[in-house]
Design a protein around this ligand. Sequence first.
Ligand code: FEO
Ligand code: CA
Ligand code: CA
Ligand code: CA
Length: 601
Amino acid sequence: PLAADPAMPGTNFEPVAPNTDDAVTVPTGYEQQVVIRWGEPIVAGAAAFDAGNQSAAAQEQQFGYNCDFAGFVPVEGTAQRQLMIVNHEYTTEPLMFAGYDAANPTEEQVRIAWAAHGLSVVEVEGRSEDGRLDPVIGRYNRRITATTPMAFTGPAAGSALLHTTADPAGTTVAGTLNNCAGCITPWGTVLSGEENFHQYFGHADRVTDPAATAHLERYGFADGESERKWERFDARFDLGREPNEANRFGYMVEIDPFDPTSVPVKHTALGRFKHEAANIYVTDDGTVVAYSGDDERFEYIYKFVSSKTIQPGAGQGATRENMTIMAEGTLYVAQITGNSPAEQIDGSGAVPEDGRFDGTGRWIPLLRTLPGGRGESLVEGMSAEEVAVFTREAADRAGATKMDRPEDSRPNPTTGKIYIALTNNTRRGTDGNPAADEANPRNENKNGQVIEITDDHTGTEFTWELLLVCGDPQAADSYFGGFDKSAVSPISCPDNVAFDDHGNLWISTDGNALGSNDGLFSVVLDGERRGETKQFLTVPIGAETCGPNIGETRVVVCVQHPGESDDATLDNPLSHWPDGAGTVARPSVISVWRDGGRIGI
Ligand code: FEO
Ligand code: CA
Ligand code: CA
Ligand code: CA
């Protein structure tokens, strides 16, 4: 057992050393378990996973691929049961199918990929004696996929920009794609972000309308065939044939996990971009403020302030009412300014003379959504539905600040300060791209930073400060909140953020540029130890760490894409995690706990 240090509740563990192992490594005295793997049955009658004999019909009833977000909601009337809701961001076909021919996928492989996207709702049962968490075939269990029917709310619902052959009214859509991170709302639903949706569509070069082409370019749609060739099997993924289908992805999706027959909704009032997630702060009067990053180089940070307030009460009636909160309010984008002289920000990451990367900011309103979903554009030259669908272009016009890939955000439950991961931006300051500024202080930024925003939530002014400029602590260009850099773990490419019960921030990483595997880290925010960063676990080679949930007695993370690399295949694998030699690597959710004690105490 570890000696308790009351000075650091929640972060009292022996840090894990960086490594490149094909394993999850946890601190001494901690134990781990795989909760659920890609392909495990989650509904009654589902087939057992068989890597050599997959089918779309089976995958539709099994846990999906590449788990990212994981959120938990207690099941009422039970002591230890929760619904676990998990995003399945994307598929890695060369690691899923033996002998996969990327130039000619089969229709069944494509259909399996559609079924492996989306979300899983799985009941899990904990135990009082340890941190194990076991899946249950419960009555709420559900798979949501790339073909599950969904509805639109907000200004773009019914707009001509959403009209397609399959949906001439522009009000419904088949499925959700590239669900990265998200949150559990205070009213018990799930908000899930559609992120890199552009990759699923082919033939942008066949679009003839120059305005439509300009919109597609702003969102990064490619000419020619898509990587996965889905457009060969469903014309909606062929931009030349269905140019508006692309306008129907890139939203925040809300799902009621307690009603397996409910229709998920895409809230267009929160705008369309590569939503990493949206994370909620609730003000004293019940107003909901959702912060959201657009995860691409030089993209923006947004917030949505609801007009409605949370309705108390439980049950489906209250849930349905609260599911309209995200359909009425104002969408803003952030403009961020440093307070140190520009000549002190030279792109090296050197701390300016006032000792901090800090400054002020303002929220520029883009779109107001009124009752009934009617929109009012606050951007000259664009209609409300254009702002809802081409939100990046509205933010460009508004003069928003180009950031280093805004990822996940989380309000500190105690102080209300917002923490946002800015994962990296290797193009900062290159080839005519914007150079470093105080909030994005390194050119060719490989390791990312974490910004702390002090916002009054419903207003338009804020202050900010960088908590971490990530990287090798021994290098001059890293900054750990002013803490002693000889006493921290190296950290690179922050992606998801979470809080423990003691007010510590936890960060999971994706794409470690320091040569070791990704992992999960604790960061102290308050007092003399502010900036102290410790690695809690490492994930297997090729994997990213995501979906962190830091409980009192259990840490849950998703291990996404173990063994992924440019040339790894199922036949020539880099990873055999979690089941070892001779088995197929499987993205999985894990639970970690301390033998006989609370986490980090
Ligand atoms: Fe899917 Fe922004 O990470
Ligand atoms: Ca400063
Ligand atoms: Ca992410
Ligand atoms: Ca990421």
